[in-house]
Design a protein around this ligand. Structure first.
Ligand SMILES: [Ca+2]
Ligand SMILES: [Ca+2]
Length: 130
């Protein structure tokens, strides 16, 4: 089961290809976020444990990326089913919500400006850059 999840996560995460105009649709955004978060999966079990999550948060903090320290609250927020680990589904669901928020003009795509805003994490309090 775990192996299947990993395989799915891998095939669902194609290299990020921008449309010609540099915009990104919801599916691409989602794949990209899942890919980024699953990099935290140090033991490759297809899920992000609290330890893996805080290791990444600590790394980012050390690299000078702000983050409000303890990722515990954030982790709890991301762990939609409360099973103590983050699955790619949970990450994907959050990415969808994030996308809807970032898509300022609601055209179903993130253009360069909207993506820029995302990059700077405006209104984001999340060390993983959601
Ligand atoms: Ca893991
Ligand atoms: Ca979970």
């Amino acid at each position: 089961m775990k192996r299947i999840l990993i395989a799915l996560a891998l095939t669902a995460a194609p290299s990020l290809a921008f449309a010609q105009d540099g915009s990104l649709d919801a599916a691409q955004f989602r794949a990209h976020r899942i890919q980024a978060v699953m990099k935290m999966d140090a033991d490759n079990d297809g899920r992000i444990s609290p330890a893996e999550f805080s290791a990444m948060a600590a790394k980012r903090a050390a690299a000078g990326h702000a983050g409000k320290g303890g990722g515990e609250k954030l982790f709890a927020k991301l762990d939609a089913n409360g099973d103590g680990s983050l699955s790619s589904d949970e990450v994907g669901a959050l990415a969808d919500r994030r996308f809807a928020k970032l898509d300022a003009n609601h055209d179903g795509k993130l253009d360069a400006a909207e993506r820029q805003a995302a990059h700077h994490g405006r209104g984001g309090d999340q060390p993983t850059g959601f």
